[in-house]
Design a protein around this ligand. Structure first.
Ligand SMILES: Cc1ncc(COP(=O)(O)O)c(C=O)c1O
Length: 411
């Protein structure tokens, strides 16, 4: 178990408060009343990452850097240890000989959100929580609904009214209670936080619950181990609220603080051109402002990111930057990922890979560098959005070879 010695609270105006008193730290694990995202700090030491300290299945391998007391795990789903894929066809197509894809679509509900759900619910199970809640653009909600059901907990979920049908279907299949909030995602977050306080639910909201960052940082720790205890030169990350990006940053930073690496990779945050508040703030050097949202990438369609201050700080510290990709570029990336890499990604998840070409042109990455693109979620939950990519090679035939032959002439 990692010994948490402090919490750094990032307020949206960029100020940071440091909390060291144990009772105040534990109170943050129960409910974060602050309108701010929180990064925990441990007593860093190389021993935390020694072979003898790394044991346990999947994400739990890194328990020495997670805020849980040792002991039997109660959360029932297997999370973490997703593959880092080297696809020869993709590398050749992209002209990037050392491109890797971190395939988070292999998680229990098909997204990296399952890591955060696992850690929050493990704590919930150990502390007698009965009802958990969150707001979500879709994937966190699916993850919490399925995870809570499997753990025997009740889930109450707040989503924007236009949430993807398949995501809603899965939530409802689990028996979760779902509120579709007409005013959109930001209002859903505020309502869910107020409701958690009013009704005594355990609030899993991304960024606000410090464990969400803790759990998602294990992606960086896995990348390091999967590359033979080396880090890549750069990592491309899709950005909505910016929690995934800051989690990756935290993972690499902790490797450095533990003394097992000497430099952290450049982090390149990729936003949709139709929703790029962080990229605009980065480029124009202005505070983050809410934007109009118009993109098919629903997972990263966040008008005003919750974790903006920390994400901007982390990208700057890494020497990386923010870029954006159009919906056409995202769809093209989905096509290339499925036809050359064998990975079915949802639009938000394909955004990072879509950003590779732009990152090259902008000088954020070089062709011969080791680059990792995060593929954060499966396309199985967003198939209607992918319909523009379908071929027309489907034929209804009688069971006769002549009909097959005739159809083949049209292909
Ligand atoms: C598939 C997918 N990718 C990326 C993200 C972005 O993560 P974050 O909001 O932490 O920036 C999300 C968020 O829901 C998502 O669902």
């Amino acid at each position: 178990m990692g010994v948490v010695i402090a919490a750094n609270v990032f307020y949206s105006d960029g100020t940071i408060e440091r909390i060291e008193e144990q009772e105040r730290l534990i109170a943050l694990f129960r409910h974060n009343n602050k309108d701010a995202c929180i990064a925990l700090e441990y007593a860093y030491d190389p021993a935390l990452l020694a072979e003898s300290a790394l044991s346990g299945e999947g994400m739990w391998r890194y328990s020495s850097l997670l805020p849980l007391a040792p002991g039997e795990k109660h959360y029932p789903l297997s999370v973490g240890n997703t593959p880092l894929i080297a696809s020869a066809r993709l590398r050749e197509y992209m002209g990037l000989p050392a491109l890797w894809l971190k395939d988070e679509t292999r998680s229990p509900t098909g997204s990296n959100k399952d890591r955060a759900t696992a850690l929050v619910l493990e704590y919930a199970l150990r502390t007698g929580v009965q009802t958990v809640s969150c707001a979500s653009t879709g994937n966190v909600a699916v993850s919490l609904a399925v995870g809570a059901a499997a753990a025997g907990l009740k889930a109450v979920i707040f989503v924007p009214a236009h949430v993807a049908d398949a995501k809603l279907e899965i939530m409802l299949l689990t028996g979760a209670t779902v509120f579709k909030v007409l005013e959109g995602y930001k209002a859903a977050v505020e309502l869910s936080r107020a409701a958690a306080r009013a009704f005594g639910w355990y609030d899993r909201n991304t960024g606000y619950h410090p464990f969400t960052l803790e759990a998602k940082k294990t992606v960086a720790l896995e990348i390091w181990e999967q590359l033979g205890c080396h880090v890549p030169d750069a990592v491309l990350i899709p950005v909505g609220d910016g929690v995934t990006l800051s989690a990756i940053a935290k993972g690499f930073r902790e490797l450095k603080l533990c003394g097992v690496i000497t430099k952290i990779p450049r982090l390149i945050g990729v936003q949709a051109a139709g929703c790029q508040p962080l990229k605009l703030a980065w480029e124009m050097q202005i505070p983050v402002r809410p934007v109009e949202v118009k993109t098919i990438a629903d997972g990263i369609a966040v008008a005003l990111p919750i974790n903006a201050a920390m994400a901007l700080h982390d990208v700057r510290a890494s020497g990386g930057g923010f870029i954006s990709v159009t919906d056409e570029e995202i769809l093209q990336a989905v096509r290339v990922l499925i036809t050359k890499g064998g990975i079915l990604a949802e639009p938000a998840a394909a955004a990072a890979f879509a950003g590779a070409e732009i990152a090259l042109q902008s000088g954020y990455i070089q062709r011969d560098e080791t680059i990792v693109a995060l593929v954060t979620g499966t396309g199985l939950k967003t198939l209607p959005l992918l319909s523009p990519l379908r071929s027309n090679n489907v034929f209804q035939v009688h069971a006769q070879i002549a009909e097959v032959q005739k159809a083949l002439t049209a292909v």
